[in-house]
Ligand binder design. Structure first.
Ligand SMILES: Nc1ncnc2c1ncn2[C@@H]1O[C@H](COP(=O)(O)OP(=O)(O)OP(=O)(O)O)[C@@H](O)[C@H]1O
Length: 277
């Protein structure tokens, strides 16, 4: 049984925009899944189906093998937590601490458990010092962390992040990548995220869906997707500098292993260099 599955999911918005066309998507336990594609491809619309914010025009969404119904909606929302693109849509309490407590309190948890979860979420996101601040006065990146902490405090099994690094400074991006990469192994969580930054895909994903005009136009491992340069070009996505550089070295006769992350590239370059001296 898959944690999340969509079968031929089609969504037509009021007014007639066909945002999703027969999308088949699967998320397994402890996987890290990237959904990439140009503006308007349907990534956010797909995510909003994962916990019943939107209802399919046709097709199915199954969470732990069950369709989403009025009766199980609360359970589904506990299970699948979504962090939206714009943190302003998600934070509304007078203080950060209250904001992070909102979700777990709403789940009906007792005060001690809520307090414990809030502490853990603030700590995991490194925002303990923001606890008494007014969320609306925070910077964009700080708001993003608060929004993620609020969802995390509900301890979802699947964490869905719509463009999680948008608006973060470089250190914020590195912190987030490191944090997200710990979730599957340390907490058994599944992470699904969208991004326009393909270098992050290699750092943060095991499996990739490529979307364009509401359809899934490709899916596979990072290696499989990055090898399809025509698909990436067609969907206005660029191969990141590391594999692009290594490919051009290979094409120029330099024996060097392909790599997608900084650490793997470092190894490849050191090995290639060591071979040549
Ligand atoms: N509430 C809405 N009503 C009508 N059309 C909508 C609505 N929300 C999104 N759309 C349309 O649906 C399509 C898919 O939008 P969606 O936000 O899912 O794309 P996306 O891949 O997340 O884009 P981006 O990378 O810009 O965030 C777009 O054509 C968009 O204009």
């Amino acid at each position: 049984m898959h944690l999340i599955e969509t079968r031929d999911l089609t969504h037509i918005y009021h007014g007639g925009v066909r945002a999703l066309e027969s999308v088949n998507f699967i998320a397994e336990r402890k996987s890290r899944i990237a959904v990439i594609g140009p503006n308007g491809a349907g990534k956010s619309t797909l995510f909003k189906h994962f916990n019943g914010i939107l209802k399919p025009t046709s097709g199915e969404v199954l969470v732990r093998g069950e369709p989403i119904t009025k009766e199980n909606l609360r359970e589904v929302r506990k299970f699948v937590g979504i962090v939206f693109q714009n943190p302003d849509d998600q934070i509304f309490s007078p203080t950060v601490e209250q904001d992070v407590a909102f979700g777990p309190t709403n789940l009906g948890l007792d005060e001690t458990t809520v307090a414990h979860r809030v502490e853990e979420a603030l700590h995991l996101l490194g925002i303990e010092e923001l606890r008494d601040r007014v969320p609306h006065h925070l910077s964009g990146g700080e708001k993003k962390r608060v929004a993620i902490a609020g969802i995390l405090a509900m301890e979802p099994q699947v964490l869905v992040l719509d463009e999680p690094t948008a608006g973060l400074d470089p250190q914020g991006v590195s912190d987030l990548v490191e944090f997200i990469n710990r979730l599957p192994n340390e907490y058994g969580m599944t992470v699904v995220f969208s991004t326009h930054h393909l270098d992050l895909v290699a750092e943060m994903a095991d499996f990739v869906y490529v979307m364009d005009k509401g359809s899934v136009v490709g899916s596979g491992t990072v290696e499989e997707i990055f090898a399809r340069s025509e698909l990436l070009a067609r969907t206005r996505l660029n191969i990141p500098p590391i594999p692009k550089l290594i490919r051009s070295l290979q094409e120029n006769g330099i024996p060097i292993e392909m790599a997608y992350t900084y650490e793997d590239a470092k190894k490849s370059f050191l090995e290639a260099y060591a071979r040549r001296v």
